[in-house]
Ligand binder design. Sequence first.
Ligand code: PEP
Ligand code: MG
Length: 926
Amino acid sequence: MTITKWVYTFGEVAQLEAELDGSWEAVRSLLGGKGANLANMTRMGVPVPPGFAITTAACNAYLQANQQLPEGLWEQATAALETVETATGKRFGDPQKPLLVSSRSGAKFSMPGMMDTVLNIGLNDEVAQGMAQREDNAHFIYDCYRRLVQMFGSVVLGAPDEVFEDALHNYKLNHARATDADLTTEDWQQVTRMFQNLVKQYTQAPFPQDARAQLRQSIEAIFKSWHGRRARDYRRAAGIADDLGTAVNIVTMVFGNLDANSGTGVAFTRSPSSGEPRLFGDYLLRAQGEDVVAGIRNPKPIEQLETEMPDAYGELADVCKKLEGHYREMQDVEFTIEQGKLWMLQTRDGKRTARAAVRIAVDMANDALITREQALQRVTAEQVNTLLHPQFEPKAMEEARSQGRLYATGVNASPGAAVGQVYFDADTVERVVKESGLAVILARPFTKPDDVHGMLAAKGILTSAGGATSHAAVVARQFGVPCVAGAASIRINLEQRSMRAEDVVVNEGDWISIDGASGDVFLGRIATRAAVLDEQSELLILLEWADEVCAAAGMRAGPDGWPSRGLQVWANADYPADAQRARQFGATGIGLCRTEHMFFQENRLPVVQRMILAQQPDERQAALDELLPMQRKDFEGIFEAMQGCPVIVRLLDPPLHEFLPDEYEVWKQVISKRVTSLARYLLGQETPDDIAELERLLARVQELHENNPMLGLRAVRLSIMLPQIVEMQVRAIIEAAANVELTGTRVQPEIMIPLVGHLNELNTIQPRLKRIARTVMDEKRVELEYKFGTMIEIPRAAITGAEIAEAAEFFSFGTNDLTQMTYGFSRDDAERNFLLKYVEDGILPSNPFQTIDRDGVGQLMRMCVEGGRRTRPDLEVGICGEHGGDADSIDFCHLIGLDYVSCSPFRIPVARLAAAHATLRHRPDN
Ligand code: PEP
Ligand code: MG
């Protein structure tokens, strides 16, 4: 039987890659992201301390075998250790020339701070003594040793971190040492002993002196931590599968805390906040490992390293450039400088803000590091959504400044404006948000992986310590939560549940506003405003590339075999101002203009009500004649704004009662009038004359009452029963189109009849409306290109698409209603009463009103497109339900060969990118 190879030294990466058929993806799966990249850097000639990786397969085997190391693993690890000993000329556990190693976890996908690290493995009493005697840095050696005992005690043996922190704190108090730097060699020796006693107290066993036992236990602890709570929480939030397992990396220790010529740091090859192409990061001299990332000490900006250690800085800059060129992606690196010599300890694709993601993608494509298509694939629809998130209203922010409400300033760690009540621990934040739905800001001295659930529930995150690469900053950026990190003037008192800066105390529950783009923290609430697209030039460029991808796809066959015209993005817009915004955001048509919204504007409602209440046809016509010029003016505005793009205008959709007062309210008024009238009558006074009018209103409201109005007399049914209204609307549309066309601006009106269920409904009303269009064109002496079409909102219409297309020249899926009717859900009632539970309990995979239910509603749509295009191959088909702005639904719309998706103007940028993603994902040559 061949024994599986569980361990690979960094030098063996080429061989492994060849074994895996050259698949780097497979190497990453097996060695984890960190291990694969360390090995790869070794191959590239980047300085990496010698080491080896234990595979993710080993982790899974260990966990499956009830925490037993799989056969051969330990022997292979020992052999790999020997290779490292040879490479370094040191021996593990040898007091004369000891090799010290670190043990770090590394899953396939980077999970910052999630898994555990142990440094300085290999130190024990004898080795420490040996080193201290031989070298003149006993102080440093005992500092390392106490760190090992502390990390091993907490990470491997499970003693709480605070036990050690508190003991050290008390030791310093008792010995009058202000900071760690004041501790002498003897102090560190004593602290080490104290820590060893704590380990014994806590675990009932002495701290292991055998270097190999330390190593073995560390490896097992990392395997086990894959199932720890914080790892699970993070995986759930980031959508990482539970069965990937983690690799373990054993790497020769290099010491950033050795002397004044040593240090450690983290750097991004470009700014993770803005995307600017320059080194960005933090470092600390005389520091080891986690000191920078943990955000406990305030680090220095990387630019300063150029002056403090120019050679090391120069080499770091070169390495970063080389790495970026190799990975063609912004890198996030960890490095250590030991006595002036640079060592790289990690590289990975850097997490970034949405703004930086866009800028980096566009810059890299412009520099030919990646293609435009790759650039598009590197930005998610959600990131674009984040960019359209609110910012502080500039005026309101200025006002807050002039009122002295600027409270503190920290690092602008993750952009976006957040306003909320401040709470000081993750559990409370999560609870308050769950119970009350309030906007909350989480404020902590610094965050740890255990805080992730509160960070995700909060609207914003504020820390008083740590820099742009602290845990808080990294997690916030990844999840698009605004964050201000390291606002050092703030002192947070977790016991008193308050914070203080410049003598101003903010208590738990007080409102604050944080600006993750500038790093400012304000007292109280500041108004926010929507982001302005014009200010985001890289995003505009990226979206143009997205449009090009879709347009180019239009020249090929679509994924389902239909001739594809390329998925376009149109807008749902009801007024000229909306249409203008839609154009600015890049819409190439209007997919839905809900004309009834115009009826609610300004002084129109009384006219509409008069039209509804009219008892005689000429009375009704008079009201409609008054409405006609108003509607015509709106349509003219929309056609002008759209400059020749198609505009779909939907004829009246809701039931008439929506324009009348509520029956209950009218009843109340009538009763009150009746009572007054009776009183007056009894007193011999005249009765008020307006009661008759009110009684008439009540009678009409009652007449229009239906048990289930959304399934009653509305839309096409109302048009058939009361054609005058839609006749007026068609006249207004065609007159407006003719007027605009006559000014030299092209128009493409498309008139949409809603809620059709049977072809005969269309056959009844459409010819009548077409005659009006003809009459208007004759009157105006102009020929217009226009269409009549219908919405597909009723399952019967979808099923009989082939027949409906005999009359309709276009289809538009009204998936809001189509979903309601397919599921038999009333949306409002469902969302209020049970839909949340359905989604939470997995009864439904997602809310079908947000993401198209592909298996049900989607199948109806597919069937309808096929039927419709069988009858009319050039049938234009789109979607105007809210799903038109949802990335997953857009993907489906592309798959079934729709011509456009139509969504609200603010979703247009998201939809444009999602349309390009769908096009690239389903390209026939993929
Ligand atoms: C729809 O039903 O999807 C639609 C767009 O119409 P409305 O939302 O106006 O009912
Ligand atoms: Mg509808």
